[in-house]
Design a protein around this ligand. Structure first.
Ligand SMILES: NC(=O)c1ccc[n+]([C@@H]2O[C@H](COP(=O)([O-])OP(=O)(O)OC[C@H]3O[C@@H](n4cnc5c(N)ncnc54)[C@H](O)[C@@H]3O)[C@@H](O)[C@H]2O)c1
Length: 436
């Protein structure tokens, strides 16, 4: 098969490699020349795809930024970003852009699949009309489906192959073709009756996580005030063999998905005269968490008779989750920003996060996302930063780092992830000891 992948990011690149590994010829398209040249050179920028894995199948991956090259594909999968605009409403600019470009080259017999997360109705009401503007009809001429990406970056126990793939399509024939496509790279497919059901499935999964994380974050703040160790409580509750699922408190949510996707549904719900209270409340609590963490740092410094202003603060982990270098929406950025505004001299250490990325390449109108805090600092080596730090704050825990040892070496240590729980040293500010 010839498979086209539009958008070679966190979702698109692993997909391209998976199809190439299945023996298919892949046309990988991106508008970012840096990504196109990196993939062409066999250099992966996604942790889940080691460069060696990419190089092993490079002969079957052709990179391009010309949509005309997709005319040869049997199937084209769209994996472009779906961010929010400054009003926290869906920004379908990249998707519209990709769909319009694709419409100019789409061929009879092609299968088009959308993988970008969006509100129910996007495939049928947004993508379909753009594709049909060519005169081709979905059903008789081309096939169209939606299949959400579900892989958890950095995770190794569940992969693209072993994670069941949900698919919803416009017609039964579209569904058969999409099922056939994904069966080449996934062990299990889950067919649902419509693209809308598949679109809402993805949102349900993310909203479920967002709401539960918010719940445990709120309880963590309360437990702090009540001087109860939230980790002890979570560990104990997790022993219940049914009816409880473990979620852990932290500095807030990050990444492209959880802080963004639920608001696609909030926006859509308004068109149905409904307000999605759980989503809004979870968003509010999770967005507050970085500020709460700054308060914890301030309280710990205060106990040592130090102000934030002028203190040297070392942040451990700048990406939004352990084992990945993705800093999009990372709560660490907000924490760094607020501490810096309050006069702290902030450094971070994160081997996964490289130098600040170049501004993203966009097509069409200028980016409409609110100005998220960007990382203007560079990761500093631990041996340089640790001795000078008045306080060390563990924001994101990466694998294979001995945080217990770092905690004992630090002047003051605030652990926002509960990694050092159980450790009893004087310089450690634990969850339950936070001041009200
Ligand atoms: N990152 C994840 O873990 C994850 C998980 C599930 C779903 N998703 C969803 O998948 C979609 C893609 O996310 P991502 O994390 O891969 O984003 P990303 O930013 O890593 O990659 C998207 C790529 O699309 C390219 N692009 C933008 N406009 C384009 C256009 N018009 N034509 C061609 N390429 C274009 C960008 O240059 C970029 O390389 C989003 O809807 C996201 O919500 C992401």
């Amino acid at each position: 098969m010839n498979v086209g992948v539009v958008g070679l990011g966190y979702v698109g690149l692993p997909l391209a490699v998976a199809f190439a590994e299945a023996g298919d010829a892949v046309i990988g398209l991106d508008l970012d020349p840096i990504k196109v040249s990196a993939v062409a050179a066999g250099e992966s920028y996604i942790e889940d795809v080691p460069s060696e894995r990419l190089r092993a199948v490079l002969a079957r991956i052709r990179t391009t930024y010309r949509y005309a090259d997709l005319a040869k594909a049997d199937a084209v999968i769209i994996c472009v970003p779906t961010p929010l605009n400054e009003n926290r409403e869906p920004d379908l600019g990249p998707l519209d852009e990709a769909a319009k470009s694709l419409a100019q080259v789409v061929q009879p017999g092609q299968l088009i699949v959308l993988e970008s997360t969006s509100y129910p109705g996007t495939t049928r009401e947004r993508l379909l009309p753009l594709l049909e503007s060519t005169g081709l009809r979905v059903g008789p001429d081309i096939n169209l489906a939606f299949s959400p990406e579900r892989v958890d970056p950095g995770r190794t126990d569940y992969t693209l192959r072993s994670t069941p793939k949900v698919i919803g399509a416009i017609t039964p024939a579209c569904l058969d073709r999409a099922d056939e496509l994904y069966s080449r790279i996934c062990d299990h497919t889950v067919r649902v009756s419509t693209p809308e059901a598949a679109e809402l499935t993805k949102l349900l999964e993310n909203i479920f996580r967002s709401v539960n994380i918010a719940l445990v974050n709120e309880l963590a703040i309360l437990a702090e005030r009540m001087n109860i160790d939230i980790w002890e409580v979570i560990d104990a509750a997790s022993t219940k063999p049914y009816g409880f699922m473990r979620f852990e408190p932290g500095p807030g949510m990050g990444g492209h998905c959880l802080p963004v996707d639920p608001f696609y549904l909030t926006w859509r719900a308004r068109q149905f005269h409904m307000s999605t209270e759980f989503i809004e409340l979870a968003g509010k609590i999770n967005q507050y968490m970085p500020y709460h963490c700054v308060d914890r740092v301030q309280a710990a410094l205060n106990d040592a008779a130090k102000p934030i202003n002028g203190s040297h603060i070392l942040i451990l982990g700048a990406s939004y989750k352990g084992g990945v270098g993705d800093t999009r929406e990372s709560p660490a950025l907000r924490i760094i920003e607020v501490l810096t505004r309050r006069g702290a001299i902030v450094n971070y250490h994160d081997d996964y996060v490289g130098p600040p990325p170049p501004p993203p390449k966009t097509t069409g109108p200028p980016p409409t996302t609110p100005t998220p805090p960007t990382l203007e600092l560079q990761s500093v080596p631990l041996d340089q930063a640790l001795p000078n730090a008045d306080i060390v704050v563990l924001v994101t825990a990466h694998p294979n780092i001995d945080y217990t040892s770092l905690a004992t070496q630090s002047t003051l240590f605030v652990d926002l992830r509960g990694i050092t729980r159980g450790l009893h040293v004087e310089n450690l500010e634990t969850e339950s000891a936070g001041a009200a």
